[in-house]
Design a protein around this ligand. Sequence first.
Ligand code: G6P
Length: 386
Amino acid sequence: MIQRAGLDIEVTAGFDRESAISGADFVITQFRVGGLAARAQDERIPLKYDIIGQETTGPGGFAKALRTIPVAIDIARDVERLAPNAWIINFTNPAGIVTEAITRYTSAPCIGLCNVPMSMQRMIAAGLGTDPRAVKVEFVGLNHLSWVRRVTVDGEDVTRAILAHDLVKREFERAAGAYGPEVPGLLQALGMIPSYYLRYYYFHNSMVEEEKRHVREGRGTRAEQVMAVEKELFKRYADPGLSEKPAELSQRGGAWYSEAALACISAIYNDRDEVHVLNVPSRGAVPDLPDDAVVETNCLVNGTGVHPVAQGPLPDSIRGLVQHVKAYERLTVEAAVKGDRDIAYLALLSHPLVPDACTARSLLEDILCANARYLPGFGRASRDTW
Ligand code: G6P
């Protein structure tokens, strides 16, 4: 592909992490502990309790975080030692939580990156029929829990027009399933555009019903669908003559990740003074959260680093949810780092989609049992011990 594009880029592949990291300027991390099989479990376990089974949101994201954080911290420790001037660009999900673990527990500078902000900006630009570069979008919140507060084109505020735009409404109506008719009123009342991951909160029951229906009908959860796509995709990649992105790739999420990452890297490396939407410690930008809490918001990026833009207090309509989810995230990080069951239990209990203590206890047991080989720090997971 690189040859066909006529680019002067050398790619090397290998399994030696130390030599890959040594002397790097940027270390991009994207990995899935336990592979898609573990993701399928993450998606199925919460459904037993009528809670959304999702890769990053809710108990599924919690399980993924427990598996991932120890590995992410290990990599960050290698970066501290072998590439002390490098930035870690973390794609690994749940990206906000993993980034918070790295930034709180290591000294490696780390930026969390997601494709959602760039995808939303492009959707808005398509709605306006404008070049995405002309559209300025102000984001606030957490990774996979963010809202667009303001959209401007050439300095003119077009937020209200966008909220009423068919494209935005349709995107959410599709996501809301049976609750679709609620969407226009929700958007108008909020006065902000929620990222599509907010559907798991605003339309939770509908999403659970839809997921359960997919499983009943034999379509499986998202991980199981993705496994089928990958089978085809890897057959295509096995052909050394392949020189274009295979069409099957469009069936996967994650569009625009590479653009978002390279734009951020270039802004740092070339000292560009650009604004990008990134996941970094708030340091006062969102005063409703602790300074070391990782937030997803607009940041000024240049050779000196990444500086979140001050957002002022969150509106009442979203403050509670953001603080609630952040409390869950912080407890999850602590539980993963310490391998502590009590803190893990409190993390689940603190999640807005977990209804009560018995459910939190049962979920934790299921998750620890299903993931025992990835979570040695938590000791033996057995129902008898409770
Ligand atoms: C979206 C999210 C990503 C996530 C991806 C999953 O793009 O923003 O964080 O990794 O979906 O896509 P998949 O094809 O694996 O369901």
